[in-house]
Design a protein around this ligand. Structure first.
Ligand SMILES: *Cc1c(COP(=O)(O)O)cnc(C)c1O
Length: 378
């Protein structure tokens, strides 16, 4: 069997280093918000070229805390509407709701699976105050267009980068402003805050739950450092109504060990994607459109096919494990029964047709050979 994702193989090379870190954290006797978290936050902020990184419990909390941070600052109010792609992973939508805001679903482009900027304007009402851009499957959303619409309508932009660690925009990393929608000195506009997840299967994953927020907004960062820790900066003195969502010392130390390999891992993902894109030749399969730039880090390699169940069954019989991201759109989930009758044809088609092929930095050339050969004879 060629596994969809072999996490054991991904983490094996770090075994000795992980054990040394465990010993050092044990010897230190300090497990929450200590020097490991601080060191990783500095390293990840430097990697993202941002001023601040706030380590939190997971990617969902990173999103929730960004919105709660803006509410605490008075930039957003409970009940404000947030534009979000209809085909995103449900966490993006749940985070908006958890923060007391209202998600407004907008269709993606069928070709890129990312938010269609042309469809945002018609969904904007006087209550719309933010756009949550999601870089789905590892490909950057069309941020220039999104930021321009946001600027014209005075909206905040927040990014869900849970699947896109290390994605570059034209070889420039995603950069972000000092306050909402401030113009960067290259004349480009950037978002206010970006949420990351370090769930084990992400491009940068720890051995449990973990997440982070990066931003250049010093006021937001100050509130977030406090909100993640019960709204308190000084122990037992609470300034804000906060939560408990902290990256722990052990996970931070593991992430710090893995961070230097992220770019090389993403390069490996891209070279596998390049082989898939150029060597898979089958009229029944729609491959992702990708211009070979670094704006895609292939968290997932997602194809489309009219009879998805048949292809998945065929691949399973040929020892290739695949996964569907995702089988049911958010608006068709039982949890959102009030949305079940809404119609998002592009989103529904995507959820019916997509299939994710094995993709990871530890996939071997002969496994890729096999996957391509099996797909070409389907
Ligand atoms: C994984 C993911 C999240 C949530 O991250 P967790 O760490 O699992 O909470 C949010 N958004 C997207 C797009 C994701 O893929």
């Amino acid at each position: 069997m060629i596994p969809f994702l072999d996490l054991k193989k991904i983490n094996k090379p770090y075994e000795t280093a992980f054990q040394e870190k465990l010993k050092s954290v044990l010897d230190n006797g300090w497990y929450i918000l200590g020097k490991e978290v601080e060191t990783f936050e500095k390293a990840f902020a430097a990697y993202c070229k941002t001023d601040y990184c706030i380590g939190v419990g997971n990617g969902f909390d990173a999103l929730v805390l960004i919105f709660k941070g803006y509410i605490t600052l008075g930039t957003l109010q409970k009940g404000d509407e947030v534009i979000v792609p209809a085909n995103t992973y449900i966490a993006s939508v749940l985070a908006i709701i958890e923060a007391g805001l209202v998600p407004i679903l907008v269709e993606p482009k069928l070709e890129t699976y990312n938010l269609n900027p042309d469809l945002i304007q018609e969904k904007i009402t006087p209550k719309t105050k933010a756009i949550l851009a999601v870089h789905l499957y590892g490909q950057l959303a069309e941020m220039d267009q999104i930021n321009e619409i946001a600027d014209q309508n005075n909206l905040l932009v927040v990014e869900d980068a849970a699947q896109s660690h290390g994605a570059f925009e034209n070889t420039n990393r995603v950069k972000i402003p000092n306050s909402k929608n401030v113009t960067w000195n290259e004349g480009k506009k950037f978002s206010g805050a970006i949420a990351y997840s370090f769930y084990p299967g992400k491009n940068l994953g720890c051995l449990g739950d973990g997440g982070a927020i990066v931003t250049n907004d010093s006021a937001l960062a100050k509130v977030l450092f406090s909100l993640r820790n019960y709204g308190s900066e000084k122990k037992y003195y609470n300034e804000y109504i906060g939560v408990n969502s902290r990256l722990d010392e052990l996970q931070a130390s593991f992430l710090h060990l893995k961070l230097p390999d992220l770019d090389a891992d993403n390069d490996k993902r891209r070279s596998i994607a390049k082989r898939y894109v150029t060597e898979i030749k089958n009229d029944k399969i729609v491959l992702p459109i990708w211009d070979f730039s670094n704006n895609h880090v292939f968290h997932l390699f997602v194809i489309r096919t009219p009879d998805r169940e048949d292809l998945q069954e065929y691949l399973t019989q040929n020892t290739i494990q695949t996964v569907i991201h995702y089988p049911i759109p958010v608006h068709k989930q039982k949890a959102f029964s009030e949305w079940n009758d809404l119609s998002f044809p592009i989103t529904e088609r995507i959820h019916k047709e997509v299939l994710s092929l094995p993709m990871s930095p530890v996939l071997t050339a002969s496994e890729v050979d096999c996957i391509i050969a099996v797909l070409n004879s389907y």
